[in-house]
Design a protein around this ligand. Sequence first.
Ligand code: COA
Ligand code: AMP
Length: 639
Amino acid sequence: MDVKSQSRYHEVYARAQKDPEGFWAEAAREIDWIEPAKRIFDPKEGVYGRWFTGAVCNTCYNALDRHVARGRADQTAIIYDSPVANAKRRFTYAELLDEVKALAATLQDFGVTKGDRVILYMPMVPEAAIAMLACARIGAVHSVVFGGFAARELATRIDDAKPKLILSASCGIEVGRVVPYKPLLDEAIKLARSKPHACIILQRPQAEAAMIGGRDHDWAALREQAKRTGKSADCVPVLATDPLYILYTSGTTGIPKGVVRDNGGHMVALKWSMQHLYGIDPGEVWWTASDVGWVVGHSYIVYAPLFHGATSILYEGKPVGTPNAGAFWRVISEHGAVALFTAPTAFRAIKKEDPQGTFFGRYDLSKFRTLFLAGERADPDTLVWAENLLHVPVIDHWWQTETGWCIAGNPMGLGQLPVKHGSPTVPMPGYDVQIVDEAAKPVPANKMGSIVIKLPLPPACLPTLWQQDARFRESYLTEFPGYYKTADAGFKDEDGYLYIMGRTDDIINVAGHRLSTGGIEEVLASHPDVAECAVIGIKDSLKGEVPCGFVVLKSGVARAPNAIEREIVQLVRDKIGPVAAFKLAITVARLPKTRSGKILRGTMKKIADGDSWTMPATIDDPAILDEIGASLKEHGVGA
Ligand code: COA
Ligand code: AMP
């Protein structure tokens, strides 16, 4: 069967290229607007133009109210399934709306108004989604910080976003371990220069938090009071171009980038994607196994499925260990999910524990149609393993925190294109993706280059960085004028399929989480015994990549290197958080450098990964690379 000829993809993509405004104006009909856009795209607004200028809307209205008004009141909106808290709960659209209205009114009582920032430092509980929607309802700008980040990272985000209020919980629950959040929150507020007016804390029975009088308020008590007194907030009209949220992501320094998402374009693109990319019908059960702290969680646990009137599973657990490698199959079958979206690392974890897929046969997955993977390159081994086990299409797709939705994928709703292993398939409508050389000249098919996107970016992509237009320009728009720099490298084949091979900057991808090696180096350098350091990402069969730090100690340091290495590992955990998965610090006598003093991180990575490498012509002292190889071997790497 010629799958390609049945897909409407090429026709739809061409239409979006030829007439972007017409294309997105049509997609925008799926959204309820308070006032329509004056212009679909205004090239004179913002840094590179803005979508849906002049339109007035409310994101929460489109996620909840309109569905309640139009027959979905009793349909389940969110299924919370938590093997770690041993809890399951369902919220209908009407129930979720009630919860959101009450919390939104409570936020208003604390003085939160349109444009104010609210930080959410939350585990994967329904209250996290309720809080995001409550902010959206009143035009407040939420900024969710992933629970695996340490106090210092949270403090950096507090200082940048300057929130009026912080919403948090007493703890998160990891496999066999309760993680108290409150001490981290207290420490972060202590470290931050900008102090929130108040905190609302969700007490969880697994670890109750001590409250600070005058600042901390009990979430349940506020909810109870709001319900008792019939508090309810109406939707506050906002401009389509107003910010809905800020999501911080790793930059090339320790200071994260505050990616801004707007209201209008975000709704239009995400709603479009549910039907045409993911092939989901309203009313179906959809599951994204990620975390609300990541962009995938924002877009596809909370917003897109609700814009679409689907049912979204919010899962607080892991692919393995909660309690076993059958956890994903259990959730899919129990709730009748038609599709799952997760990171390849989750499947590597399942494959490692249950290579034969013995758990799989115990569940009925008859409704399950598609597996979507993103967050890191889907390695063909894992992809083929999943295909053979699931007997459904396994779709890799590529995107970034910055874009908020898929850049390249296989549009199931338009008709699936043939899958080529190792490729996330083709650009989505609105993305003109090109592969260029250093001079910004397009390179021929199958040749590696920098991946850039011709401006303007489609709706939902970041219009700027939070209050940092100059950093936005400098980070993304300056190097290739007229284009957005993805900082990914790769190539396009003769059929226009994209292959994403790696980053061109110092970002590494650890278990689908994005980390800056520069940020980790800053922490290593802060250790009093460290003279200089270098951090690289090395291959890992489970997490894809893990960070590895090399340190040169200051002369005269007489302490045992392995004691210092342990301290450094702990320092990264304390300053960045367990999510960095930093377990390997190696003391070396010296670092390999070019004659101009540039550390040869690329060559060190090749040695660690066991890849072939050539001696850099500009190396200062070739013997150092042998020393690095020997040190790695001593630590069980690259043997
Ligand atoms: N709060 C506190 N700590 C957290 C946390 C949270 N929300 N999330 C993770 N951590 C901790 C983990 O417990 C672990 O701690 P440890 O060093 O004490 O073991 C550490 O951070 C690293 O976490 P992670 O990289 O997630 O590793 P893991 O061993 O716990 O799990 C996987 C590995 C593959 C099972 C897991 O990463 C996973 O399910 N990933 C796929 C889904 C996903 O998250 N995708 C992201 C974007 S799509
Ligand atoms: P994040 O912003 O955390 O979503 O990370 C974005 C980065 O993850 C991208 O720039 C890529 O380097 C990588 N990435 C995400 N999805 C894919 C994919 N499907 N294939 C290859 N790399 C990916």
